[in-house]
Design a binder for this molecule. Sequence first.
Ligand SMILES: [Zn+2]
Ligand SMILES: [Zn+2]
Length: 348
Amino acid sequence: MTRRYFVLGGLAALAAGGAYSWKLRREFGALPEPAPLSPHWRGGAFHNLPDSYSYAALNREPAATGGWLKFFLERDGDRYPPAPLPSAPPDFQALKDGEFVWLGHSSFLLRLGGKVVCIDPVLSSRASPVPFTIPAWPGANPYRAEDFPFIDYLCISHDHWDHLDYTAVKSLAFGHVLCGKGVGAHFAAWGRKNVTELDWWEEWREGPLHIIFTPAHHFSGRGLTRNQSLWGGFTLDAGSGGRAYFTGDGGYGGHFAEIGRRYGPFDCIFPDSGQYNRAWDRVHMFPEQAVMAARDTGSRLACPAHIGKFTLAWHPWDEPVRRFGQKARETGQEYMAPIIGEKCRIGA
Ligand SMILES: [Zn+2]
Ligand SMILES: [Zn+2]
């Protein structure tokens, strides 16, 4: 009897392990084949705009701080909030035109120009392929797919795990996907159609809503192969109905002034404001730079993004908002820091 249970238990464990590794393999997605057609694709990879970072700089930090293993496994210190985060009850079906909700980290749900737009939704309890690493903070992942209205446009800024989430793609109801060149390969691998890949400055227009994929100084990749798909941000322009700009992940640079010149001023900006470090300052902004990006793009209101759900850097969990607020007050930049799920207005 015992032996039989042992064998059955072993088989169940094997099946569970097999199912997990099958799901995990699917979560990695796929690389584009053939190579994407883009002026930014050279030598087998995408590249940032000319004044951008050198990827070699990205790997300086771990040696200086005791290593990634410690980073991923340690939960003490002030990098995690001391108590569960508050969140508003989901009332997303009733979202009115010109309203948005921040869903933690870089996930936003908006209604603009009569369309429901969702940017970088993450429903998984972790932003990593490795179990027990990069967990969502307690209270910061309160919603399920059933809480969401039908999404007209799913906008994916790039394929990093904290932005392109397999669980969200599999479970949310959405119509059309807008993403960077090469990201469509993941959607094809996951059996999703109706995907439009955009290069920097390329646009999608439907009715009063005009969406443009904008450059960012960043990188991409879900596995070991980097920069096989393009990263960027989105401007969402519904004219008098509201105009918003989501920077995507990326370092500070002259592209913000250019985006402001071409498509600004904006009613609201959602700038990359957290998970920063001096060693990777070319691919993420410091909070002060995020405020500068708001000013460069002529944004009336700023709502910091890439904060408040995952620990991806060494800074204290609440430091981005404190530094962002201080710089905003010094420069006269209007800003807001809503709780997760709180309804806000893009326009005045
Ligand atoms: Zn990223
Ligand atoms: Zn990110």
